[in-house]
Design a protein around this ligand. Structure first.
Ligand code: ADP
Length: 580
């Protein structure tokens, strides 16, 4: 139970908890061994005093030397163990945590990525884990080890002489009370610093993404000014935060050290009153410095531990967001897609209401309707990019909410407007469609998608890098690459969002040809924008305000004279289906 809480609090892996326990254990041993060293010093001093008062030679030199050698060896061994248990294991912990987070992100429902943007998530995987690394390696083991060894030593001191023990140790709880008392202040400052830092990185990212627009509209100065303001704000918040923690941490350290003064005061009084002898005070003064030392090491970092709480929370938030889970096998009977009374809300507001329709295998089902009527949402739900809030979506009789999204998506090809291309060669970008496809397969798919002729014109043909997100390609070319990908994948279900923008007539014809090859025999759900597609579809589903207004074959809907016919007539003059 405690273990779980501890693990959550410091965002540790299971192995990390074990390592921390190990680190704390060795820290206790190290601290006790060092105390043993003090014991040897004490014995030597005591003998020396005897000789000073009684005269005669110093006895047992060999014994002392032996003890010192033993101490050095023990000390060496335990320090090495402690080092390994704290620093040595952290590298693996960092690696495991980063991989764990990335793996988790991969499985989160897509909706999550609207809530936390890319800069934010990158900051968690890199920055937050870095901050935690410092805590894992430099603080946890030392601090918890110091708690335990100090408790052991405190008990021994209290048994030895309670008056001196209290004079010695009162500062420790007071110092910690001060630190923990200031904790809320520290955490709040950390939260503010983190937010200010995010605003800076968001600002920079935004500027980079929009560099063209900014230049074109001569807004550089305004932009830089804004960025400057954000950076100044970050600096101000950071300095204020660090100043605050600095005051508390140093205050705590000073209070703890005041124990030396009180020990001397109390000790001197006791000696004068004849209650103790000088050697006992000497013993306490020896011990006291060693009691403070391990805390001193971690005190400076305990503020960091508080601050890191923000990082740990941000990491845990990723771990604790429910992932889209499901069965590892998907064995549908055919690939009809059935929407069965589906309702859906991105947040509170429901955007789809009681949507029911079937997209049959071997047919093209076209979703049409005004912008915002829910076409894209239906397509996303069909691929389980989100889960339906009400009702169910079945593919070949299997409720897709019961299937692991990764497994499910093997049966889907998606050709959406926002094609994601990577800064790699044309060949590799197409090969993404099917892991391990041969060059010949890729070329065949490219040819079928009408990519061949434009690729031949590129300087290095299929080996030409296409720039970040395909910057060097036109809209139509990018789309054909994504169709080539889908052809290569040859999945039984195709979800298609027809691009409306920027296709000239020639390009459009080529895209259409490529598409007709891709779509043959599949279950096709298309968000239709073009008249041609709509008329060629086997079935039309007309959406209006998130409801199915009409559905049926195009001719039947025309004959019915409802919303569909109205829309068609409105658009008759235009070649484009501009309702989307
Ligand atoms: P269409 O594709 O027909 O234009 P959408 O499916 O994109 O319509 O949108 C349907 C409704 O859902 C709209 O009201 C839109 O504002 C809302 N919506 C779309 N995407 C999101 C999102 N990621 N978060 C919140 N609301 C969204």
């Amino acid at each position: 139970m405690f273990s779980r809480k501890f693990q959550r609090k410091y965002a540790l892996t299971d192995q990390g908890v074990k390592n921390t326990k190990k680190g704390a254990f060795w820290t206790v041993i190290v601290n006790l061994v060092v105390m043993g060293g003090m014991g040897i010093l004490y014995l030597l001093m005591a003998e020396f005093m005897d000789v000073l008062t009684d005269g005669g030679p110093l006895p047992g030199i060999a014994l002392f030397l032996g003890l010192v050698v033993l101490f050095v060896i023990l000390s060496l061994i335990t320090h090495v163990q402690q080092y390994q248990a704290t620093y040595g294991l952290v590298y693996n912990e960092v690696r495991a945590t980063r991989l764990g987070l990335a793996e988790r992100l991969r499985k989160l429902p897509l909706g999550y990525f609207g809530k936390r943007d890319l800069a934010d998530l990158t900051e968690t995987i890199m920055g937050d884990v870095n901050r935690m690394e410092h805590v894992w390696s430099h603080v946890l083991g030392y601090l918890y080890g110091a708690y335990i060894s100090t408790a052991i030593i405190a008990v021994c001191l209290l048994v030895y002489d309670w008056r001196l023990a209290i004079a010695c140790l009162w500062g420790v709880p007071v110092a910690f009370a001060l630190l923990f008392g200031s904790r809320r202040l520290t955490s709040r400052a950390a939260e503010r610093t983190k937010k200010a830092a995010l605003r800076v990185s968001d600002g920079i990212q935004e500027a980079l993404e929009n560099v063209r627009e900014i230049r074109a509209t001569n807004q550089e100065e305004r932009y830089l000014e804004g960025l400057n303001r954000k950076i100044d704000e970050h600096e101000r918040v950071t300095i204020r935060g660090e100043l605050g923690t600095g005051v508390f941490v140093n205050g705590a350290s000073v209070i703890m050290r005041m124990g030396v003064a009180t020990t001397i005061l109390v000790g001197a009084n006791l000696i004068l009153a004849g209650r103790i002898d000088f050697m006992l005070l000497f013993l306490f003064l020896l011990v006291i410095t060693r009691v403070y030392a391990p805390f001193d090491q971690s005190l400076a970092l305990i503020a960091e531990m508080f601050v890191s709480q923000v990082s740990a929370d941000r990491m845990m938030e990723i771990y604790e967001t429910p992932i889209a889970e499901g069965a590892e096998t998907f064995a549908p009977q055919g690939h009809d897609i059935v929407f069965d009374h589906v309702g859906f809300a991105y947040d509170e507001k429901e955007v789809l209401h009681d949507v029911s329709f079937t997209a049959k295998e071997g047919e093209v089902t076209a979703l049409v309707g005004p912008s915002g009527s829910g076409k894209s949402t239906c397509a996303r739900l069909a691929a389980r990019l989100w889960d339906a809030t009400k009702g169910a979506i079945r593919v070949g009789g299997v409720d897709i909410a019961s299937v692991d999204p990764e497994v499910l998506l093997r049966d889907y090809s998606m050709v959406f407007q926002d094609v994601v291309l990577f800064d790699d060669t044309v060949m590799e970008n197409i090969r993404l469609g099917k892991h391990g496809a041969t060059d010949d397969e890729v070329r065949a798919a490219a040819k079928a998608a009408n990519c061949d002729e434009f690729v031949q014109r590129l300087p290095q043909g299929y080996d030409t890098p296409i720039g970040e997100n395909g910057a060097k390609l036109s809209g139509g070319e990018r789309q054909r690459i994504s169709i080539a990908r889908a052809l290569l994948k040859n999945a039984p279900i195709v979800l298609l969002d027809e691009a409306t923008a920027s296709l000239d007539v020639e390009n459009e014809t080529r895209v259409q040809q490529a598409l007709s090859r891709l779509l043959a025999g599949k279950t096709v759900l298309v968000i239709a924008h073009r008249m041609r597609t709509v008329q060629a579809a086997d079935k039309i589903v007309v959406l209006a305000d998130g409801r199915v207004a009409e559905q049926g074959a195009p001719a039947a809907l025309m004959a019915r004279g409802g919303l569909f016919r109205h829309m068609v007539e409105l658009q008759q003059q235009s070649a484009d289906w501009r309702l989307g």
